[in-house]
Structure formats: structure tokens, C-alpha cells
Design a protein around this ligand. Structure first.
Ligand code: AMP
Ligand code: ZN
Length: 111
């Protein structure tokens, strides 16, 4: 089981920000901004590169829920949503996740 599947299963603790039947959001253990939340599907999808017509509904649901998660976390002035995909992007956990970063003025640099 991958580390995020273990978090979903409760085998590894996390600080939850949101949960429903399909989605879990929890605070990143190594925050890069005052608010740094990871949003993941409960189904194991390896990365953005594995999104297709059979699993994209959950991705739509994640994006429908992100505004609610950001608001509930106290973000009021904008946020960045990032998904690292593959080795060149430094994806370290091979379970699809979207970083929500906010709570400060972020850098203009994307890469
Ligand atoms: P990425 O580099 O895009 O694959 O992001 C993986 C993220 O998962 C990193 O920002 C890590 O800090 C975070 N992370 C790894 N293990 C945990 C954990 N047990 N709880 C919370 N966040 C974690
Ligand atoms: Zn997984």
C-alpha cells in the first residue's frame, strides 16, 4: 500500500482538513506555505498522467471541493493548486495529490 493509501486507511496519522466518501484532504507534513493542504482521491491513482475517462469524475469532484477546503482552512486572498507529475516534476508520492498553497503572497516563479 502506498503512503497516502495508508493515511486513507488510518494506518498513518494525518491532520485532516476535509473528508468525504471519495476525497481526503490533510495538512502537508512539511509545509511550504502558512496553509499547505494535500487533496487526494481515496482511490489509488498514480498521478495526473494516469487520469482518463474512467477516473476523471473524481478529479472533477476534487476541484469542485477545493474552494470549500481552502475557505474552511482560512484562506481568504487566493491560493495556488499544484500537482507534481513524474520524476522531472519531483513527484515523491505516487498517489495523485493536489497541493493547496496559501496564506501568504506566493512567488511568481512556477519552475
Ligand atoms: P510531491 O513531492 O508533490 O509528491 O508531494 C508529496 C508531499 O507529501 C510532500 O509535500 C510531503 O511533505 C508530503 N508528505 C509526505 N508524507 C506525508 C505525511 N505522512 N503526511 C503529510 N504529508 C506528507
Ligand atoms: Zn495510494
Amino acid at each position: 500500500m502506498c503512503i497516502f493509501c495508508k493515511i486513507i486507511a488510518g494506518e498513518i496519522p494525518s491532520k485532516k482538513a476535509y473528508e468525504d466518501n471519495d476525497i481526503l484532504a490533510f495538512y502537508d507534513i512539511n509545509p511550504q506555505a502558512p496553509v499547505h493542504i494535500l487533496v487526494i482521491p481515496k482511490a489509488h491513482i498514480p498521478s495526473v498522467d494516469a487520469i482518463d475517462s474512467t477516473n476523471s469524475a473524481i478529479v472533477a469532484k476534487i476541484f469542485e471541493t477545493i474552494p470549500e477546503i481552502a475557505k474552511a482552512a482560512g484562506i481568504t486572498n487566493g491560493y495556488r493548486v499544484i500537482s507534481n507529475c513524474g520524476d522531472d516534476a519531483c513527484q515523491t508520492v505516487k498517489h495523485l495529490h493536489f497541493h493547496i498553497l496559501g496564506g501568504k503572497q506566493l512567488s511568481e516563479t512556477m519552475a
